[in-house]
Design a protein around this ligand. Sequence first.
Ligand code: ZN
Length: 650
Amino acid sequence: MTKGNCVERFADLQLLRYEVPGFALLPLRQKLLVYYLAEAALLGRDILWDQNCCYGLRLRQTLEAIYTNYDGPQEDADWQAFVVYLKRVWFSNGIHHHYSCQKFEPGFSRDFFLAEISKLDESLLPLKEKETASHLAEELAEVIFNPEVMPKRVNQTDGEDLLLTSSCNYYADGITQAEAEAFYAEQKKKVNPQKPPMLGMNSRLERSADGSLYENVWRSGGLYGKAIDRICDMLCKARNYAENEKQQAVIDKLVEFYRTGDLKAFDEYAIHWVGETDGEVDFTNGFTEVYGDPLGLKASWEGYVNIIDHEATRRAKALSDNAQWFENHSPVDARFKKKECKGVSAKVISAAVLGGDLYPSSAIGINLPNSNWIRAEYGSKSVTIANLTRAYNEAARGSGMREEFVIDDDTRQLLDRYGDVCDDLHTDLHECLGHGSGQLLHGVDADALRAYGSTIEEARADLFGLYYIADQKLVELGLLPNAEVYKSQYYSYLMNGLLTQMVRIEEGNQIEEAHMRNRALIGRWTLANYPEAVQIVEEHGKHYVRINDYPMLRKAFGELLAEVQRIKSEGDFDAARQLVEQYGIKLDAKLHHEIRERYQRLNLAPYKGFINSIYNLVRDAAGNITDVSVSYDEAYDKQMLRYSQQYRTL
Ligand code: ZN
């Protein structure tokens, strides 16, 4: 059963739709730019499948052939388990869980698998020369069913040989961790230490006949060359519609890198890309993140295209333009305030398409490039992807969380009406103003709070947001519709910090992550010091947050903000430790158990992914392109099968 924008739910996964609000309003030129960049972002899919597992592409073709040709009974248990398995494999771009990296356990039998393959026409199977269907079936069955074969895609266990125990396809069979590390240590000696290239990021490490190691580089004419050439074709088409010369230069350098595999060209591309900030459309396309390699060198392929979200970016700008006003009026001691305050304006975007390692499971904020010296010298681009966040929020609305954990109907209605507006605005206040506000007293070490530093810093930014979200100024700036809206944020923030965030922690454990510690700290400090304003109450054996006095709560947040800023400005380690230890870490075991149990009864999927929108060229009778249409109605399996046909490159 699905609700709202949730398209499908299986195993521990949920597939959501996201809309691309800005697209329809773009002029045709920019639509075409998005269209061709989106094509380029989808054409790298097979690269990722091969990077994740050397059997990935052959397995996918075989599983899809079974899926599309099955004519047995739908209610057959093996068939149903097979369908779930294939959907999980699609989601992970391979046979290992996208998050835990463990190999999936198939719920169907080996016999079912072998029998279904034997019914297929051989032309549908990825047979190598002289290979028989039954030979292929046996080989793939070992990979799927034998738990000893490729148990983990990325193994990070300290003390084990990380390459021999990881099944990702970045290193040829038999290459040990020590060999690979020695190989790259040697390479490292040959490069400029001030401006080191991202060594190893675009190649598979292999062994030649004489036993020595070499890099098989991913480039035109090299490994993945067929995919790369098609990506380059689309990038060149996109270049015709670039918004400015800088964007053209970005594409030119990227194509040069793809054609040559030269890491210097990659750095030049990254520098051009960081410098291009005028366009409304932006993209990344290529070998990017290194989480899939246990040694953290080899970059998995990903691509996405984005369009600036003018409304949200305007909101962020309204805040940063008024940064000094907020600084001057904050409740902290004058000595701890910045005399000259500059807000940070983060760019808010809508994703237009997700590809490779960002599909279907995606990040909602991205900060690139990864090269440290380029970041230091040229900066980085940081984006928050608003339409994906919205899709998450919409999915959460139908989840039953509010019905279960919000105390009464009035409060629930408040959250339903204003929850999203407030969440976005609180995030903006936190990011654009909170972190940048305040100053250290002269001579105070920025690391004085040591292990408590990040919790205190997140608390400072959150409190700044909580204090100001109740300020008339936000209504004046047109960012909130009225002066009551903030109540929704106060309730949902405290409900999360005091109760619902616990669902993400295993029973018996304490709070460890800094953002979670900060939310617990703020909630429980307020509970202890302002019991007239907020309480936890029990009704029919269930605990709820009850807020009795919202204006008093604002006063409490202001008071705690002043104290947290003092701690930071003075580098008061003891006070930081006291605050975090007393309020931010320990969990009440009984309450924790209750909250987890109520949550589990809702049966929600912990991992979510997205179905892409579909772009099509619209032509008139003479064949001229007159528009690019966008639609959102494709089913999950249809999209995956279409991608396997349309964007098959390897
Ligand atoms: Zn933060």
